[in-house]
Design a protein around this ligand. Structure first.
Ligand code: HAM
Length: 424
């Protein structure tokens, strides 16, 4: 009997793990430059953290959460995203008493019961940041700057940064009335999902992928045309700062995002190189009321998260090479011709590893030409052969696989010669 992994989950190994670690390392390096520090929160929370944080009427809370009762009947949910958990932690641990804005990043697995397809999984990884405790448009610009830098550093060239503002609770209220007025005569022509959104979560109709709904929305009033003075100024200043940084963006007036906690600036980074439904590589926005709603003080905040798998898929499709550094590394494959030479083999490996040289050996004794072929295939730069002569006389035969030069070294007296040979 062979078991399958659950639908929408994956096992990662080989090249994929290299990409995942490459993206994580690049992110951590970048976050350090901007003085963000890591926060690690649990993979599950009390369900209320998400239902209140993300919003009862959001698609995620209504349809996509992995919710279960524990043995004491408490409702728990596997986190579908990171922001609500971080906010819960910040409020519970009173982390806001430190210098503000509090700059945090997180890396971890999220869970959403979605229809699995390419780039859309039920367990997926996000890398995100949250800047807590500043209302300044400068922090919006910084957060977007980091998102931009991150994809730039990973080697992406043609990504599109969409930005919009959905205003504050005041200007949004007026606007929603206007939007509902506009949609009323079109109600019968909306898809079932949009009919459901109408009146409860009307703004979300802009998320609809159905063409007839999109057509109706073409002429609908757009929220960023109805912002109050403060929200308008905030958005203009974010744009000014991004212009000063030479960051290209599109003011996408149709952009809305699927979380109730957002206020003012929202943004998404997309690619035209992957199929349109899953083309968002990352997204984020401002949430000025969430900390207060979670029982903390009024602390305006903003953050984003990127999808690690989507980023990896696109990097691979675009042929972005991450093995550059590895290609320059010296690595040795040690081929022993008999199990009896194992203690000699281990002494050599111990010496190499102590000197930070990547090495491995053949645990199963096979044909030597097969071993050499494998060593080449696996990208080793050198092989060391230990046969009867070498074992008996404490010798090492080392072969450079690039130019096929072969050298014999006296193991007891010439260890430094070995190191010199391995230095590039
Ligand atoms: P989100 O847009 O839901 O935002 O997710 C961010 C990114 O996670 C998406 O752009 C996508 O790349 C990836 N992602 C989402 N769902 C899936 C999935 N089912 N499979 C694979 N990848 C997926 C948030 O989660 C917000 N918490 C971002 C944020 C932080 N806003 C403020 N701070």
């Amino acid at each position: 009997m062979i078991y399958n992994s659950p639908r929408g989950t994956y096992d990662y190994f080989g090249e994929d793990v290299k990409y995942i670690n490459f993206i994580i390392d690049a992110s951590k390096e970048l976050f350090k430059l901007y003085k963000y520090s890591e926060i690690i929160t649990p993979h599950f929370e009390y369900t209320e953290v998400f239902s209140r944080g993300i919003g009862e009427n959001s698609e995620i809370v209504k349809k996509e959460m992995y919710t279960f009762l524990d043995k004491k009947g408490r409702s728990l949910t596997l986190r579908p995203e990171g922001t609500a958990s971080v906010v819960r932690a910040v409020v519970e641990r009173k982390l806001y008493s430190e210098n503000l804005p509090l700059k945090l990043f997180y890396i971890g697995n999220m869970f959403r019961y979605e229809k699995p397809q390419k780039g859309r999984l039920r367990e997926f990884k996000q890398i995100g940041i949250e800047a807590i405790g500043s209302e300044s448009p400068a922090i919006d610009a910084e957060v977007i700057w980091i998102l931009h830098d991150l994809f730039n550093n990973l080697g992406f060239k043609n990504l599109i940064l969409n930005i919009n503002s959905i205003g504050c609770s005041n200007c949004r209220k007026t606007y929603i009335n206007l939007l509902e007025e506009y949609l009323k005569p079109h109600y019968e022509n909306l898809c079932d999902d949009c009919k459901n959104r109408y009146g409860k979560n009307t703004l979300r109709v802009f998320d609809c992928k159905v063409q007839s709904c999109k057509d109706i929305l073409n002429n609908a009033p757009k929220i960023s045309d109805y912002l109050c003075g403060d929200c308008q100024n905030h958005l203009s200043e974010v744009f000014n700062l991004l212009n000063a940084l030479d960051i290209k963006y599109i003011h996408n007036k149709n952009l809305v995002r699927g979380f109730d906690y957002y206020t003012r600036t929202i943004f998404e980074i997309t690619s035209n190189d992957i199929d349109s439904a899953q083309n968002a590589l990352g997204g984020g926005g401002r949430y000025d009321n969430l900390i207060e709603e979670f029982g903390g003080p009024k602390l305006s905040s903003i953050g984003f998260a990127i999808g690690l798998e989507r980023t990896m898929i696109l990097m691979k499709e675009l042929g972005i090479d991450i093995n550059e550094d590895e290609k320059n590394l010296v690595s040795v494959y040690l081929i022993s011709m008999s199990e009896d030479y194992n203690s000699f083999v281990f002494k050599i490996l111990k010496f190499l590893r102590k000197n930070k040289i990547i090495c491995d050996n053949n645990f199963n004794i096979k044909n030597i030409s097969k071993e050499i072929k494998n060593a080449k295939l696996n990208g080793y730069t050198h092989i060391i052969i230990i046969g009867e002569d070498e074992f008996k006389n404490n010798l090492i035969t080392i072969k450079d696989l690039n130019n096929f030069t072969q050298t014999k070294i006296d193991w007891l007296n010439e260890k430094n010669k070995l190191l010199n040979l391995l230095k590039k």
